[in-house]
Design a protein around this ligand. Structure first.
Ligand SMILES: [Zn+2]
Length: 152
């Protein structure tokens, strides 16, 4: 049993890091994560990794890289080894995160993504209100004039 779990983990871990790369994003956005090959809708891309900390402690921290699993646990993804921290916010993203049965945060494509496209995710209302709303959203979709689901 232990063996089969290990094999499964190996299969879903992003060993093939040649599918994406950290590069400069649009001006003012800093670094971003970009697809280097075409990625199909629903394909697993990478895991959001980090230290597991109690959510009640995470709520006191002022870092951008907290990913809440549930009311009990949060992943602190601030480490540079967490490649997924480079995925920038977009109000109309091309990836989404799902919590699997082992409380791991798995990011996958929600539409076909072309080689060269930036990978984006919607970090949700709480993140938007705290980190984006104060200076206005500068994501590619908002810059194109698409209505943001976070701005009512
Ligand atoms: Zn936006």
């Amino acid at each position: 049993m232990v063996f089969s779990i290990l094999v499964m983990r190996t299969m879903i871990d992003p060993i093939d890091n040649d599918r994406f790369a950290v590069k400069n994003s649009r001006p003012g956005t800093g670094l971003g994560l970009f697809a280097t090959t075409a990625i199909k809708k629903r394909d697993f891309i990478l895991e959001y990794t980090g230290e597991r900390i109690p959510t009640r402690i995470a709520d006191e921290l002022a870092t951008k890289y907290l990913f809440e699993i549930d009311s009990e646990w949060t992943i602190d993804g601030a480490s540079r080894s967490n490649t997924a921290r480079y995925v920038n916010h977009d109000c109309h993203p091309n990836t989404e995160a799902e919590i699997d049965e082992d409380d791991r945060i798995m990011i996958s494509a929600i539409r076909d993504i072309a080689a060269g496209e930036e990978l984006t995710i919607d970090y949700g209302d709480e993140y938007f209100n705290e980190f984006i709303r104060p200076s206005g959203c500068k994501c590619a979709s908002c810059e194109r004039g698409l209505p943001s689901p976070h701005v009512k």
